[in-house]
Structure formats: structure tokens, C-alpha cells
Design a protein around this ligand. Structure first.
Ligand SMILES: [Mg+2]
Length: 273
């Protein structure tokens, strides 16, 4: 299997970046108290839209928000992991409950924008007054997954849609990385040929750990950017080798050894990064 048939789906907050981008912007610009005061009164995305209105009304510009986002903590090895997976030919996508402006600002700043074929998140735009508007992508009134988890209602459906679209072009293998409650439904959608990478000691890891029988995909936890990079590239290598050596049953997917062939590929990738 060519790496192009490997689909890597990332959550954004607390997965690609090491914080929640909404909280980061609110806190960095000094609006935490107002945010906490309004939190019980509005759905999250409506609250973020209102916070952008408040921030704008206090004279903070869209550039102030951009500057803030450019300082978001993003582990250097996660940047390397994304660039390496892309250079190896994987199809990289983001499914997030943040918004287009926040995600694109961070990705562009780190030179990662071109690595992703799809960013599925809440729409946002800068209006004629220079205020950032944020709209919910999904319909809060319906939860078509039929589960009781307090996650964005369509997160699991997005995975199904991605799966449907990529299956049309042939068999695909998924690697899904996430941290939050909203990443549990997508994890349930993965098949036994897929991999899920929950962030250790975060809500999705706890849900997966206590519902192991519901998860068909192979589970590989991670904590730090270094572990994310090592684990993700090892899994990509595993899939490539499994497909290359379909007749061999000796390969262990839990092996920490990265093949010499793969090391050579990675050297090539890094020399062009
Ligand atoms: Mg998250």
C-alpha cells in the first residue's frame, strides 16, 4: 500500500497544539472573567462569537488575535511529524470544533497549511468592521449519532463521510489522533485495520480505556510531541510494511524498531523539510 492510501485525521486543540485555541485567545487578550461569566448562558460557539464581539469593541484588532494565535504552543516534533507524514504521501485531515480562522492562522505560521487536504471545522470570517465572526458548523438541535456523549454531534459522522469518500477510491487505512470527549465517537467508527492515538490521561484516553471492547481499532497512546511523532511515524511505517509484506506474519505492529528502509525515507524527508 502506498502511503497515499493512509488517511491521518487530527483533532486540533490539545492534539496538534498544546492548548485549547479558544481559551488561549480569550485568556491571552485578558477576557477570561467575562468568558467565565457568560459560559453558562450560551452554546460554546455562540459564546466565542460573542467574545470576538467584546474583544473587537474593546479596540483589539484582528491582528491582535492573529499575533496571539502565532504564539500558541505547538511542539516542534509535532510540526516535524506532520511534515514527515505529508512528505511520505499520507492524506492528512483535521476535524475540529475550533474555527477556520484560528486553525489556518496557526497552520500558516508554522508552514503546515499545505500539508492538509481538508480542514473540517466551524466557519468564520472577518466582517467589514474587522470583527471575527464564528458560526457553528453543526446543528446543536440534533444529535444524529444517537449517543449521549456531550460531543459535537457530527464528529463521528465526519469520519464516516471521510471514510465513504476515500473508500470510493479504494481501501484506506485510518490513523486518528485526539484528546477530547468529542474524539470518542470517531474512534468508535474506526475499523480493526485502523489505529487510534488517544492522548494519555485526557478524556478520550479515559473513555477508550474504560470501553476497550467497543474499540475495533488498535490503540496507541501518546503524551508528548516526541511521543506523537515517534508513534505516528511508526504506525505509518507499520502500515507500509504490512502492505509490502502481506505474506509475512512475523512483523509486529507493536515493535518500536523502525526499519532501515524507513529510516532512509525519513532522512530523505528531513533533508527536504
Ligand atoms: Mg481536542
Amino acid at each position: 500500500m502506498a502511503a497515499g492510501r493512509i488517511v491521518v485525521v487530527f483533532d486540533f486543540d490539545e492534539t496538534i497544539i498544546d492548548c485549547d485555541s479558544d481559551n488561549w485567545v480569550v485568556d491571552e487578550l485578558g477576557f477570561t472573567d467575562l468568558f467565565n461569566h457568560l459560559l453558562p448562558t450560551l452554546p460554546w460557539n455562540s459564546l466565542m462569537d460573542k467574545m470576538m464581539k467584546e474583544i473587537h469593541s474593546k479596540g483589539r484588532s484582528i491582528e491582535d488575535i492573529s499575533e496571539c494565535l502565532r504564539r500558541v504552543p505547538l511542539h516542534p516534533q509535532i510540526i516535524t511529524a506532520i511534515k514527515s507524514a505529508y512528505a511520505l504521501g499520507c492524506d492528512l485531515r483535521i476535524v475540529s470544533d475550533a474555527n477556520v480562522f484560528f486553525i489556518e492562522t496557526v497552520l500558516k505560521h508554522h508552514g503546515l497549511m499545505g500539508c492538509f487536504s481538508e480542514i473540517h471545522t466551524n466557519p468564520s470570517f472577518v466582517d467589514e468592521e474587522g470583527r471575527l465572526r464564528i458560526f457553528p458548523h453543526h446543528d446543536f438541535t440534533s444529535s444524529s449519532l444517537g449517543c449521549n456523549l456531550p460531543c459535537p454531534p457530527d464528529t463521528g459522522l465526519v469520519i464516516e463521510r471521510i471514510r465513504d469518500s476515500v473508500f470510493a477510491a479504494g481501501n484506506k487505512r485510518f490513523i486518528y489522533l485526539g484528546d477530547g470527549i468529542g474524539d470518542f465517537c470517531p474512534s468508535l467508527k474506526l475499523g480493526e485495520e485502523d489505529f487510534v492515538m488517544p492522548r494519555k490521561n485526557y478524556p478520550v484516553w479515559e473513555l477508550i480505556s474504560s470501553n476497550k471492547l467497543l474499540i475495533k481499532a488498535e490503540v496507541h497512546e501518546w503524551s508528548t510531541g516526541d511521543e506523537l511523532e515517534l508513534t505516528l511515524l511508526r504506525l505509518i511505517n507499520t502500515i507500509i510494511n504490512e502492505e509490502k509484506n502481506t505474506s509475512s506474519t512475523t512483523y509486529s505492529s507493536s515493535s518500536l524498531n523502525i526499519s532501515e528502509d524507513f529510516r532512509f525515507q525519513m532522512k530523505t524527508v528531513f533533508s527536504y523539510a
